[in-house]
Design a protein around this ligand. Structure first.
Ligand code: ADE
Ligand code: ZN
Ligand code: ZN
Length: 300
């Protein structure tokens, strides 16, 4: 992947290499979540979102969904991390059953704490339009990230599986394939035939098509059930729930379904178990993003 090679060469040998896959669902995952949400916005939220997006000549949510992965990619100094890197995930060790703020996010810099903060800015009609647009970009992105199981789990300090190198159907992506990147984009790429292009580029119409396919699978009962934890206006409790769901799926599926033999190639069996979970998480993220935006933007 061109983008990663660029990152790697800019950062240089001997330092930590931050690649796009360390941050997020890949750009297709984020665009799919945004597209599912876009279709479910109330007319009022749609109007408010469109007005904010227009500040930067954008029309739709998918156009800004991966923006947080494009900022601060190259650490300021060798080995340093971009300031917002930790906003994208929370490392909850698999030995723990659920999120604990004091233990897992003591400095309040992780996806569980940042997402509600950004939702608050987005909903604040006294905040500047530019600040609200930036918040909108973060919200669209982080609702996606928090639904990626490996963004809420780690095992043996493996950084959400980033440290677990593997081959997928015999491919090691020039040494860049790892358990985390498999969940961010490898399986989506394989199952939905969505290949990320140079410089993180995607075909928006193909993402939309996949979003429409997934969107059509969502029943009204599911929608109702999935947004239940947003009732009562407490976005913070809902984000904790979503992280806990992700953590649980990481334990049972992302890590749990790995072959016992560590060097074994990951392929058909693992994909059959994990792709339905990824589809579910993309659907849930899309439905919940719409619900969050419909509330946050209902005042204009
Ligand atoms: N870096 C460290 N832990 C991570 C995680 N769980 N997800 C993504 N990037 C990480
Ligand atoms: Zn991210
Ligand atoms: Zn990721």
């Amino acid at each position: 992947m061109q983008f990663r090679l660029l990152c790697a060469s800019l950062i240089g040998a001997g330092s930590l290499v931050f690649s796009s896959s360390a941050f997020a669902w890949g750009p297709y995952g984020h665009a799919i979540v945004a597209d599912i949400a876009q279709e479910r916005l109330t007319p009022q939220a749609q109007k408010a979102a469109t007005a904010l997006l227009a500040l930067e000549n954008h029309q739709t949510l998918d156009q800004v969904a991966s923006w947080p992965d494009t900022i601060g990619h190259v650490p300021k100094k060798k080995g340093g991390a971009p300031e917002t890197l930790k906003w994208h995930y929370v490392d909850i060790d698999v030995s723990h059953p659920a999120y604990d703020q004091a233990r897992d996010c003591p400095d309040h810099v992780c996806v569980v704490e940042k997402l509600p903060e950004e939702i608050k800015i987005l909903a604040d009609t006294h905040a500047s339009a530019q600040d609200r647009l930036t918040a909108l970009k973060w919200v669209v992105h982080l609702v996606g990230d928090i639904h990626q199981p490996l963004h809420a789990a780690e095992r043996n300090k493996d950084m959400g599986g980033n440290a677990i190198r593997l081959t997928y159907f015999g491919d090691n992506a020039n040494g860049h394939m790892n358990l985390h990147s498999l969940w961010d984009e490898g399986v989506i790429d394989h199952e939905a035939d969505l290949h990320v292009g140079p410089f993180y580029s995607i075909d928006a119409s193909r993402a939309k098509k996949e979003a429409d396919r997934l969107g059509a699978l969502i029943t009204p009962d599911e929608t109702k059930y999935w947004v239940q934890d947003l009732d009562g206006d407490d976005v913070y409790n809902a984000t904790v729930d979503w992280a806990d769901e992700s953590h649980s799926l990481a334990r049972s599926v992302a890590y749990g379904a790995l072959p016992a033999n560590k060097g074994a190639d990951i392929g058909k069996d693992y994909t059959a178990l994990t792709w339905p979970i990824m589809e579910l998480r993309l659907e849930q993220a899309g439905v919940r993003l719409a619900a969050v935006l419909n509330t946050a933007l209902n005042g204009g």
